[in-house]
Design a protein around this ligand. Structure first.
Ligand code: 13P
Length: 276
């Protein structure tokens, strides 16, 4: 029997917004952002906030970012250490102050049935190895999943999400809902200005939560945070954030501007108030 997540509890999960800066900003710009974000802490009481800078900026951000804001890396290697020139281990990320790490972002995954302009070639299995490497060092993985447009058009969205979740979470166990975050990022919505509709987002999030319930049990799945990512902006975040199974946002382009990112955090908090 398929375990059903408990939607009444899902509504009360504290939301999370993550700024994925991707390959943007230099030290001065990162510091300026963090100082302004710190000054806006009072506006962000209703939401957990995490910043994911590129590797060279992590130290500068870590030294300035105020509690309770959190720090994430954008990538991690699947091995604990060794001869992997240019790579960064989970232990190194913990050492410089990261609590979270993105794994399986579509800009790093292998193209699935179509050419992907930025494809670095990470397979579903490699994403799974990275997730376990992160977990074993004590990092919270933010696992990104999402379908390509061609897969959506063929009616294969759920099959794709299921395959990505199954490969990444195979053999993974968690004792609490705070040990893992999932981000649903439909590839066709990333950087395109074309966000998923609330109906599309809710359907995918609900499906993901049901698969998480199968794997981790209904009680944990009800509290796992599933973020939406893909052209999130201050003017569409409330609508998306109101969906019962959306627990926050993973923000790319709009997270480069501190005022827009703070407005997104406020929007998520406001959306949650309306949910209750
Ligand atoms: P945009 O918000 O620029 O569409 O990027 C989404 C994303 O990829 C976040 O990880």
């Amino acid at each position: 029997m398929t375990a059903q997540p408990q939607s009444a509890e899902t509504k009360n999960v504290r939301a999370l917004v993550v700024a994925n800066w991707k390959m943007n900003k230099v030290t001065k710009e990162a510091i300026d952002f963090v100082e302004k974000l710190n000054a806006a802490w009072d506006r962000l009481r209703g939401v957990d906030v995490v910043v994911a800078p590129a590797f060279p900026l992590i130290g500068s951000v870590a030294r300035r970012l105020k509690d309770p804001f959190g720090l994430a890396a954008q990538n991690v290697h699947s091995s604990a250490s060794g001869a992997f020139t240019g790579e960064v281990s989970a232990k190194m990320l913990v050492d410089v102050g990261c609590e979270f790490v993105l794994v399986g972002h579509s800009e790093r995954r292998v193209a699935q049935g179509t050419t992907h302009a930025y494809g670095i070639g990470e397979s579903d299995d490699e994403v799974g190895r990275k997730l376990k490497s992160a977990q074993s060092a004590g990092l919270v993985p933010i696992l990104c999943v999402g379908e390509q447009l061609v897969e959506r058009d063929r009616g294969e969205t759920e099959a794709r999400l299921n395959a990505q979740l199954a490969a990444a979470l195979d053999g993974v166990s968690i004792a609490s809902s705070r040990e893992l975050v999932i981000a649903y990022e439909p590839v066709w919505a990333i950087g395109t200005g074309k966000n998923a509709t609330p109906e599309q987002a809710e359907k995918a999030h609900h499906y993901i939560r049901a698969r998480l319930a199968d794997r981790f049990g209904a009680a944990i799945a009800a509290h796992l945070r599933i973020l939406y990512g893909g052209s999130v902006k201050p003017d569409n975040v409330v609508e998306i954030g109101r969906c019962p199974d959306v627990n926050g946002a993973l923000v790319g382009g709009a997270s480069l501007d501190v005022e827009a990112f703070v407005a997104i955090g406020e929007g998520i908090a406001r959306a949650r108030e309306r949910k209750g």
